[in-house]
Design a binder for this molecule. Structure first.
Ligand SMILES: [Zn+2]
Length: 81
């Protein structure tokens, strides 16, 4: 887990953070697909994440596990250079 263009999940350290598009919430967020830590509108740290499923249910998405709920836009942070 060493890549200068990617950020490892600050919660579990087991996967790279991804930028995801929450299709029905019309929102972009940062997600760890390994532990389902979600950061919406905040910088990813290990003390400010939310659980993906909890977040989605709070926003009235009844089936957060459905494949069309989000799509991966790319790695976090957005690739440049
Ligand atoms: Zn994680």
């Amino acid at each position: 887990m060493n890549d200068p263009n990617k950020v490892a999940c600050p919660r579990c350290g087991q996967d790279w953070l991804r930028i995801v598009r929450l299709n029905y919430l019309e929102q972009t967020a940062v997600l760890c697909q390994e532990c389902d830590a979600l950061w919406a509108g905040r910088p990813p740290r290990n003390d400010n994440f939310e659980d993906y499923e909890t977040y989605m249910r709070r926003h009235f998405r009844a089936n957060p596990a459905n494949r069309d709920e989000y799509e991966v836009v790319g790695f976090y942070p957005a690739s440049g250079s």
